[in-house]
Design a protein around this ligand. Structure first.
Ligand code: 9MR
Length: 387
């Protein structure tokens, strides 16, 4: 009898622990089929309609040390154990943007970021859209002619799907991060078929799985003339329609974007983008959106609304695609947020990364979360602006 009682007690313990979700793990949300009860000392907290998370209960002190995190992605990279504070509770940036009638607030990401459990927790809680920071670029997908590599890009798309986020795919035709075998092409027929093959393979692989594609990236100079690149130098302006036609064929339902930086006021470069879109779309509509990256300097947000309005005058949707602002002044972030809210064609905002040290310009601390994934004053100001 004594043995039987011990066995029952052991079985009860095993059953309850098998179903309890560890701290930081997902415990609910639309589409969630896993456990909904948290380990002792933690409370299942609704962060947004798609994600509830086991957070340490404030009434229990001290909380138990966090166990190894649950699986966060299809990544083969080992996840790190969360050690910092909990991500902000309540509804996140994306939920606030959606409540204002916009489509998303997103972030740049890749497997090297979301394989970190803290990054993943903030990403899931705050963002509804992912842009692959590097994994879909030409050097990542076709570094050798005709040899395609999709492991990192596949991981990004799978993670986004797993967490109900849309993908802004980035980017197909760009002078940078371009393999030297492409830059060396000097005849029209070869370059045309190389562009078409690249786009058919890369955009074709993700057809139906991404919301939009940055088809052409950074093709203008500041004065509105075309940038010198292998694409322009060999094909003239025709590379634009070659690329957009190939993208339309590869993924007929994706929104096809032209994307650039320094479109932060109604300047000559933005006017050139608008003119090109109008001209290209004068017959069949090929370009569906203008992306303005908005890598801003401090105090650089004053022209944002006028810029978004000028972009919208091309008759296409508009997105802020790579937002970061030197020193992350709350006023600048609020100005950009309100500019998007004020322009109906502006469909969403993408932060170019989650936390400062992971930014391409880390030394200027331009993002909404600090090194410990704590929300910064600009985050709070943006949430207020969206409330
Ligand atoms: O953030 C990206 C960084 O990790 C890469 O090293 C860099 C290489 O060119 O590209 C960065 O992202 C760029 C984006 O793809 C296009 N607009 C400018 C972004 C910042 O350089």
């Amino acid at each position: 009898m004594k043995n039987l009682a011990a066995l029952v007690a052991l079985a009860t313990t095993l059953v309850s622990s098998a179903h309890a979700v560890a701290v930081w793990g997902q415990c609910g949300g639309i589409g969630w089929t896993g456990g909904t009860t948290c380990d002792a000392g933690n409370t299942c907290t609704v962060l947004n309609p798609y994600y509830s998370q086991c957070l340490p209960s404030t009434t229990t002190a001290p909380p138990p040390p966090p166990p190894p995190p649950t699986s966060v992605s299809t990544s083969t990279t080992t996840t790190s154990t969360p050690t910092g504070p909990a991500p902000p509770t309540g509804t996140g940036l994306d939920a606030h943007m959606k409540a204002k009638g916009k489509i998303y607030w997103g972030t740049a990401a890749d497997q090297n970021r979301f394989s970190n459990a803290q990054d993943s927790a903030v990403t899931i809680a705050q963002f509804g859209q992912l842009t692959p920071e590097n994994s879909m670029k030409w050097d990542a997908t076709e570094n050798t002619r005709g040899v395609f590599t999709f492991s990192q890009a596949d991981a990004l798309v799978a993670y986004a799907q797993q967490h109900n986020m849309v993908v802004r795919a980035h980017t197909l035709v760009w002078h940078s991060q371009l393999p030297s075998w492409v830059s060396a092409i000097n005849d029209k027929a070869t370059l045309t078929s190389v562009i078409q093959n690249h786009i058919a393979n890369v955009a074709g692989r993700y057809a139906g799985k991404v919301r939009s594609w940055d088809v052409c990236n950074e093709i203008f100079n500041e004065d509105g003339t075309f940038r010198s690149s292998v694409f322009y130098n060999v094909l003239g302006t025709s590379f634009v329609s070659i690329a957009f036609q190939a993208a339309r064929a590869a993924d007929p339902n994706a929104k096809l974007y032209i994307n650039d930086y320094n479109l932060d006021s109604a300047n000559a470069k933005l006017q050139a983008v608008v003119n090109l879109v109008k001209q290209t779309n004068s017959g069949t509509k090929l370009i569906d959106g203008i992306g303005t990256q908005m890598h801003l300097s401090a105090g650089g947000a004053g022209g944002a609304q006028a810029a978004l309005q000028l972009a919208a005058s091309a008759g296409v949707e508009v997105a802020i695609t790579e937002l970061d602002i030197v020193n992350a002044a709350p006023n600048d972030y609020v100005a950009v947020t309100k500019a998007c809210l004020a322009v109906p064609a502006c469909i969403g905002i993408t932060s170019w990364g989650v936390r400062d040290p992971d930014s391409w310009r880390a030394s200027s601390n331009p993002l909404l979360f600090d090194a410990n994934f704590n929300p910064k004053p600009a985050y709070t100001a943006v949430i207020q602006a969206l409330s």
